[in-house]
Design a protein around this ligand. Structure first.
Ligand code: S3P
Ligand code: PEP
Length: 403
């Protein structure tokens, strides 16, 4: 598997803010990570992406710059706090749908920490940095995205008073991603206090340069592991980490609950399907990025499923609950959309076109269905390039290797 998007983009941010050059080994080369590299380069950091190991020489310049967020939540949320440390105007924009994804809470937080931002709660916006940010305490409602918290923590050590982020609102989703942020900050020598629930304090100080080796992207393993589940065969993902903060690690538990045999050993993760899938009742609040792949598997299961706790994925690359309900329904699935989830009951599926809404994980859901149902046409499968280099080629090679 190619490297993790979440680990690569955090490593790039930390490398750009560090006290010396460093290497991001086995970086993911995909649209989201190249957009991150380009954003940091626009701000004055040197990012050499010519080899598999990316060399980063930190530096934040002055003048004016522009940042293309594409459809990358990590670019739209993680780069503005860095732009506050740039001396000049940084204009942010992105894909058409990016203008709908939530960012206002984070911009308001940055403003209260002393950064000047054009008054808006959506893209496009302009951050006017002065080269330094006062920082301090801020109260936010991060129930729409854990990335609001991660964004403030990642740059916080470089603010004069650090940051003290308090969450006030419905529970923050995607906790493993916040754990990932904290673990990576600590690996760079940053002091983070997360001893109180819903409060994260980052002490002001140096972010030490440290080389990072990027783990394989476990969430992107979902469609491949799902192949084992739908075919009754065996799929092995090499180098699956024994311990990780990646949300995708939850696939082990989810696939086990659906009836697969799952084994993690020194070589990697091996999943064997048993020919039939059981439905599941799952709260995916912490691992929302897995919802499209899991929903596709649930549509193929022999008993009902209920996926809960994922209202926030309406703010992902597309409104994923609406998109999944529409597209699964179009192939014959018995699916009901709820405010915060989906329920599915067994139904015979048939072929048809599965629209992907420029969402890489909708394409993952589509190929999972196509592995079990004849005649599924995945519209715009190249949208997978957001987080995966040449997904169609990789998928095809898997079948070629088997023949
Ligand atoms: O910080 C990150 O790298 C991510 C956090 C999560 O976002 P949300 O908390 O907005 O779901 C996750 O879904 C996304 O794929 C990546
Ligand atoms: C929500 C996702 O991405 P982003 O980083 O753009 O928020 C995702 O990859 O499922």
């Amino acid at each position: 598997m190619p490297g993790s998007k979440s680990l690569t983009n955090r490593a790039l941010i930390l490398a750009a803010l560090a006290d010396g050059p460093s290497v991001v080994r086995r970086a993911l080369r995909s649209r989201d990570t190249l957009l991150m590299a380009a954003s940091l380069a626009a701000l004055g950091t040197e990012v050499d992406t010519s080899a598999d190991d990316w060399r980063v020489t930190p530096g934040l310049g002055s003048g004016s710059a522009s940042v293309d967020c594409g459809l990358a939540g990590t670019v739209m949320r993680f780069v503005p706090p860095v732009a506050g440390l740039f001396a000049g105007e940084v204009a942010f924009d992105g894909d058409a749908h990016m203008r709908n994804r939530p960012v206002g809470v984070m911009l308001a937080a940055l403003r209260s920490l002393g950064v000047t931002i054009t008054a808006t709660d959506r893209l496009p916006f302009t951050v006017t940095g002065t080269g330094s940010v006062p920082g301090g305490q801020v109260v936010i409602d991060a129930s729409a995205s854990s990335q609001f918290v991660s964004a403030l923590l990642l740059a916080g050590a470089r603010y004069a008073d650090g940051v003290d982020v308090l969450h006030d609102g419905k529970p923050v989703p995607s906790q493993p991603h916040i754990e990932m942020t904290i673990a990576m900050l600590r690996a760079h020598g940053v002091e983070v206090d997360d001893s109180e629930p819903n409060r994260w304090r980052v002490a002001p100080g140096t972010i030490k340069a440290a080389d990072e080796t990027i783990e394989p992207d476990l969430s992107n393993a979902a469609p491949f592991l799902a192949l084992a589940a739908t075919s009754g065969g065996t799929v092995r993902v090499l180098d699956w980490p024994q311990r990780t903060t990646q949300a995708g690690d939850a696939l082990r538990e989810i696939l086990t609950a659906m009836g697969c045999t799952v084994r993690l050993d020194a070589e990697g993760l091996t999943v064997t399907g048993n020919g039939a899938l059981s439905g599941v009742d799952l709260d995916l609040h912490d691992v929302g990025e897995l919802a499209p792949a899991v929903a596709a598997l649930c549509a193929l299961a022999e008993s009902p499923s209920h996926l809960r706790g994922i209202e926030h994925i309406r703010g992902h690359e597309t409104d994923r609950l609406a998109a999944l309900a529409t597209e699964l329904g179009r192939l014959g699935a018995d699916v009901v959309e709820h405010r915060d989830g989906l329920s599915l009951r067994p139904a015979p599926l048939h072929g048809g076109t599965f629209a992907t809404y420029a969402d890489h994980r909708m394409a993952h859901a589509a190929v999972i269905l196509g592995s079990a149902v004849d005649g599924v046409l995945v519209e715009n499968v190249t949208t997978t390039s957001k987080t995966f280099p040449d997904f169609p080629g990789f998928w095809a090679d898997l079948f070629a290797a088997q023949d």
